[in-house]
Design a protein around this ligand. Sequence first.
Ligand SMILES: Cc1cc2nc3c(=O)[nH]c(=O)nc-3n(C[C@H](O)[C@H](O)[C@H](O)COP(=O)(O)OP(=O)(O)OC[C@H]3O[C@@H](n4cnc5c(N)ncnc54)[C@H](O)[C@@H]3O)c2cc1C
Length: 435
Amino acid sequence: MLEKAYALWHELEQESGQKLLHYTGGLDIGRKDDKGITGVLLACKEHNLEHEVLEPDQVTAKFPGVTIPPGYVAIYQKDAGILEPEKCTLAHYWLARVHGAVTKMNVDVTDIALIEGEVVTGADGRMTLVRLITNDRDKATVKKQNLKRLFCITVVANNAGSSVAPAAFFAVNAVLTAGAWSKELVAKAEIFKRPLAPLPPALLQTVNSLSVERQVVNWFRPLKNPEHYALGRFPIFLVHLHHPAHLNSPSSPQHPLGDLRFYYGFPCFGADGGFKCARYDHFYEKIQPDNLELEHKRGVSTEDILATKPLIETCFPGIQDAKSQEGEIPSNYIRSGVCMFTNTPDGHFVIDAFSAVPHRKPTSNKAAKKGSAPEATTAEPRVVFISACSGHGFKFASVIGQIAADLSCGKPREDVDWLSSNRFVPKLAARNSML
Ligand SMILES: Cc1cc2nc3c(=O)[nH]c(=O)nc-3n(C[C@H](O)[C@H](O)[C@H](O)COP(=O)(O)OP(=O)(O)OC[C@H]3O[C@@H](n4cnc5c(N)ncnc54)[C@H](O)[C@@H]3O)c2cc1C
């Protein structure tokens, strides 16, 4: 997936005529024997990824802005980098439109339902419902005329003041990517309430197990040697840090990770030129996605800002404000951002595709031999559900878009079978039949 993602980001850069991906190199830092570090090494070897293992003095020699404690190593991969997400999203959006996509902004999908009906497709590719099939007489006509079963996606304006009138859209396939709102959308969509076969029970359980967590990222201004932290000189990083301060943090001391936490960050970049860093999962604080607005109003606390202090004081001397008192916000603090991580139990994505047609009796061999007519349906409606989540989905957005397109057209993608929600429900695994 990673290789394809890179290729597609480059393609997007070419087609949109913009620089979207900056190669900075990346460091995975941690104790030599930490699972995270041995796992990265294994992945590098298995997938033949170019890498170097650096001891503490070698890390500082290569990147003077970084220090790592004795017993730690850094795995350096030169092909890591930064995407500019706003630019990438806009480029995808505009190019989709150039290629004929019809987009609707500021509308709230309130239902997804399976209906049977007769439709006509216009020159612009849009489907219009001519007749809804609701009774036996209609059903007989369906059989005779070989009509399609269709999804009816009902879209209504998402706030009272909006000028968008409630509207319904018709399509053979639907791809659901509601991010942190997946649980809400699945709960209200009628299509998930039918006895569908065979994935939805696993999918429903998986969607219900998604946890949405508050995430805070902080930006700081370098106080010493800013050139060491500049884009082009400084890598992106992931640090697996054991630190006594973690035992006093809000998620400790009962936390299963003990004194280990994960951090990540980027070189100085963007409008305010700040050094961005965050504690992965922050304080493991579950929130309701619809409350994000309130979360923004709530703002950030001193504790949120100090969450990255153990990282900075251990690894990035030029960012550390050595003069700040215990519990005090450092003088070089610029700002914070609050957003959400949507996490699966194993930290990987969920990619599911299934037929939306309820269980049908299989045609018996006997009937088939007699040459009886097959049921009068054409393209089989499908739903593709994707949650590219757990805080590391953006880099894969390019390839996930392609996977979504393939799956919704019925093209098999065995390479993503392992991301099906069935993995969380062993009892249902036997019934796995990804389309
Ligand atoms: C602080 C932070 C840092 C991150 N850092 C990285 C990183 O370094 N690298 C990386 O690869 N990834 C990173 N990620 C993760 C990445 O941003 C996500 O994995 C990715 O955005 C998930 O994409 P998505 O399309 O599944 O969901 P989203 O991007 O959340 O999109 C879902 C969309 O669906 C819309 N929606 C929801 N319900 C409805 C409805 N009923 N009707 C209409 N629209 C609806 C929402 O408004 C939203 O626009 C980070 C995330 C955060 C929060």
